[in-house]
Design a protein around this ligand. Structure first.
Ligand SMILES: [Zn+2]
Length: 251
């Protein structure tokens, strides 16, 4: 059976197909984003019960003879159950998964991104109260890995990064910050100096050490606004999940 393949993935989206099938989108270390068909999954066949759910970390055997590979069996490695039991963790986890859905491609596996996904879902499951901070740290790593790290080293015009130049503003079109003295532009994304310093640290620290960073409400608000606006600029659309997670943010 040379068409049978085994893969480990995290389910990042599920869709019902017709009367009884389910379309599973996962992110895997080897193949990046992958779509698979689970035949009969809606009729809760025993082999799939409670396994092909959003956020599940699975080993899957599939047959790749078909254009849309068909799942043979699935084994649950971690369900990240707490993510389904707290509304804020749930919507934050969906936002993380949607980033993988929209920003990654098929046949483009990335071990670091995959480990990042597992680590952040785990953190979110363990510390639901820190959901906004965890999201900021995730986005720092995610954008950085994709090559879209915002340039926060200093004002892009005068090269200063100190309190006399604060507050700063992020410009999506340049992917960089401009200080108060160099810009009077309205509608730019405000960033206080402590937020800039925290984000700069988040870009540098290895994933496993990120939990030592503590972000207050202001830093979270500014950073999330930055990533949302920058993402919308890069992707040329606002992701639906942002609207349900942070409906009060700038449109
Ligand atoms: Zn400046």
């Amino acid at each position: 059976m040379r068409n049978l393949k085994t893969i480990r993935l995290v389910v990042i989206r599920t869709q019902e197909l017709g009367e009884s099938d389910k379309l599973i989108t996962g992110y895997s270390k080897e193949k990046g984003k992958i779509q698979l068909l689970a035949k009969g999954a809606q009729r809760s066949l025993k082999r799939f019960v409670n396994k092909l759910e959003l956020f599940s970390y699975l080993t899957i055997q599939y047959n790749d003879k078909y254009r849309l590979p068909i799942i043979n069996w699935a084994e649950l490695l971690d369900s990240f159950l707490p993510l389904r039991q707290c509304y804020n963790s749930y919507t934050t986890a969906i936002l993380i998964c949607e980033h993988f859905y929209y920003w990654t491609a098929a046949d483009d596996g990335d071990k670091e991104l995959f480990n990042c996904l597992l680590w952040f879902l785990g953190e979110l499951a363990r510390q639901p109260a820190r959901n906004s901070q965890i999201l900021v740290l995730f986005l720092s790593k995610f954008y950085d890995r994709l090559g879209y790290r915002p340039d926060l080293t200093a004002c892009a015009v005068c090269g200063k990064l100190d309190n006399t130049a604060a507050p700063f503003a992020f410009r999506t079109a340049h992917g960089a910050i401009i200080c108060r003295r160099c810009s009077v532009e309205r509608g730019a994304i405000p960033l206080a100096l402590p937020t800039i310093k925290l984000l700069s640290l988040a870009f540098e620290l290895p994933v496993g050490k990120l939990s030592r960073l503590k972000l207050n409400n202001r830093a979270c608000r500014e950073a999330l606004n930055l990533f949302r606006c920058y993402g919308r600029y890069l992707l040329d659309r606002d992701m639906q999940a942002w609207q349900s997670t942070y409906p009060h943010f700038n449109k």
